[in-house]
Ligand binder design. Structure first.
Ligand code: B12
Ligand code: SF4
Length: 500
């Protein structure tokens, strides 16, 4: 620690999940944590690897040449391997710095993460208050034992996992101050969806809710242990107004796990959007049972959907996941296939695009169940985003994979995972080829029926993401083995030197 106890040197790092990606998305979680620190008087530096596409050599030199008291970062657990490298590189050049890691890469595996890296503290769950209290405690040489929502290494090397932190009041977190980021460069690389064009779309994210009211067995988000919380329409609107005034945004992405749990909630929000006469387009995540859970008649459901359309909604994401009832039950998805068909129909009627995903590869998956899933997509008239079960820590399917002996070495498994577009772990009775062939048959049928112009290489897509750096030396792309349907890249096949 430097002598200036009142003004410690703090570095925040924004990692890059998809090197070479066409799309760049502002990091909401990191932005929120930085805003929290800023409002409490802390100065800091941001190393934005994502937008700058810094390579590992640059990052290593940066950590060698710039000294900090605190280094904080977080990302998704699929980036585990690279984050291990980052922690150990930071510690190699700055052994006295305090490395604090949040988001699911550490939060969903706190003990393993501290065992396998030299990180000092893991922030579990909601990050703002826990990270702030941790920095304050270390800065003023106070013990960490009383800080909820963290795991840490004691001076004697023991790993301690404290009690979970009670979820904060969602309205108490300020709207994100994006001034720390090079917003214009992010705006220039939006994800392209229906109703968006690269040159005219200025899209920014807004969070309307934290967590989800459900617990599917393939899913884990950092607010898993917290209740589902949603913001009041007024505060969402004031954030959107600010983004329109300051950044001239045209589109808002509600990047929630579950933006609206019920038709009432969405209607209230739409009423406020319309009353405020704000001009912007928006997309959100709901569930298949948005209308049926509220027991709305078809007419009322249509009325709500029309209001959504009128207030700017152009795209809604909700997932069928499987057309097979047994698999849906193992997923704990709690949805009805008929409700899916009905919801698609209603949104289509009002001209809102429907985005849906399916997950293949639950243990009982068979040719028959794959057909059933494609049949439902055909009935609904939607081409889904196709993915495979990717057991992630702190999910029911991860525990299943461990229990059944599919995952024996968690560290090695986590170093090997890529994305749901790849078969990372096959727990079915079919071979990878059999699964792929069945999927290609089903996808081809949908493609032909809907006349989409897809081909074998594009049936399974990582949306809008192509690795433009695929031949660059630093990424060692030649060593990457991926299924033929995916051109995506992450660091799982990259060789890093880990210090023991
Ligand atoms: C945007 C997004 C992405 C973006 C990420 C862009 C970006 N720059 O952040 C993209 C499109 C790249 C992406 C990809 C994937 N995603 Co995604 N994504 C999201 C989404 C919709 C929003 C994230 C967000 O803004 N959350 C809101 C903020 C407030 O929450 P948060 O990020 O968790 O942040 C809090 C804490 O984690 C913590 N925290 C976060 N960062 C930091 C940093 C520090 C220093 C500290 C101390 C704390 C901290 O504090 C924050 C505030 O409390 C979430 C759903 C969701 N609502 O979370 C899914 C979600 C995060 N994604 C998920 C998944 C599964 C994926 C994929 C694996 C899917 C796939 N294709 O296989 C890929 C991974 C790609 C890869 N190469 O590895 C899962 C999480 C999986 C997991 N357990 O890690 C989620 C939760 C969706 C879900 N319910 O399944 N995703
Ligand atoms: S998959 Fe969707 S509905 Fe299921 S727990 Fe995750 S966010 Fe909630």
């Amino acid at each position: 620690m430097t002598d200036e106890m009142n003004d410690p040197k703090i570095l925040f790092i924004n990692p890059c999940l998809r090197p070479g990606g066409h799309t760049k998305l502002l990091p909401v979680g990191l932005g929120s944590v930085m805003t929290y620190f800023h409002e409490r008087g802390y100065n800091f530096t941001l190393l934005d690897i994502d937008i700058n596409e810094y390579d590992d050599e640059y990052v290593e030199n940066y950590l060698k040449n710039n000294k900090f008291d605190f280094i904080l970062f977080g990302t998704l657990v699929t980036h585990y391997k690279w984050i291990k490298w980052l922690v150990n590189t930071a510690k190699k050049y700055q052994p006295n710095s305090h490395v604090i890691v949040g988001n699911s890469v550490a939060s969903s595996i706190p003990e393993l993460f501290l065992q396998k890296t030299k990180a000092d503290v893991v922030i579990i769950g909601e990050g703002e208050i826990s990270a702030y209290e941790t920095v304050r405690a270390i800065q003023y040489k106070k013990p960490l034992h009383d800080i909820t929502g963290i795991a840490f290494r004691t001076p004697t090397g023991e790993i301690k996992v404290n009690d979970l932190r009670k979820a904060g009041n969602i309205e108490d977190f300020s709207m994100i101050n994006w001034d720390f980021f090079d917003v214009e460069r992010y705006l220039a690389k939006p994800s392209i969806k229906a109703d968006r064009e690269k040159d005219v779309t200025r899209a920014m994210p807004v969070i309307t809710a934290r967590g989800c009211a459900f617990k599917c067995t393939f899913c884990h988000y950092v607010f898993w242990n917290d209740p589902y919380r949603n913001r009041k329409p007024k505060s969402v609107i004031s954030e959107i107004k600010n983004l329109i005034d300051k950044y001239h945004v045209t589109h808002i992405d509600f990047w929630d796990d579950l933006s609206f749990a019920s038709a009432y909630q969405v209607e209230k929000m739409c009423d406020e959007f319309l009353a405020n006469n704000l001009k912007f387009k928006w997309m959100c995540s709901v569930r298949v049972d948005l209308f049926s859970r509220a027991n709305l008649s078809s007419e009322d459901a249509l009325r709500v959907a029309e209001k959504m359309k009128k207030s700017g909604c152009y795209d809604v994401g909700f997932a069928l996941e499987s057309g097979n009832q047994e698999i849906l039950e193992m997923m704990n998805k709690k949805i009805d296939v008929n409700a899916f068909i009905e919801t698609v129909k209603i949104f289509k009627q009002v001209g809102i695009t429907v985005n849906t995903s399916v997950v293949f590869g639950y243990p009982t998956e068979s040719k028959q169940s794959i057909h059933e899933t494609f049949d439902q997509c055909l009935r609904a008239g939607v081409y889904p985003s196709i993915g495979f079960l990717l057991p992630l820590p702190s999910t029911g399917m991860y525990d299943y994979a461990k229990q059944k002996g599919f995952i024996t070495d968690e560290d090695r498994y986590l170093e090997s995972i890529t994305e749901r577009q790849d078969i990372c772990l096959n727990m079915t009775k079919m071979s990878n080829d059999e699964i792929m062939n069945e999927i290609k048959t089903g996808a081809k049928e949908l493609n032909d029926m809907f006349d989409l112009g897809l081909n074998e290489n594009t049936y399974i897509k990582t949306k809008g993401y192509k690795n433009s750096k695929i031949n660059e030396k630093k990424l060692l792309a030649k060593t990457v083995t991926r299924n033929e349907n995916d051109v995506s890249f992450n660091y799982s096949n990259q060789e890093f030197e880990f210090e023991s």
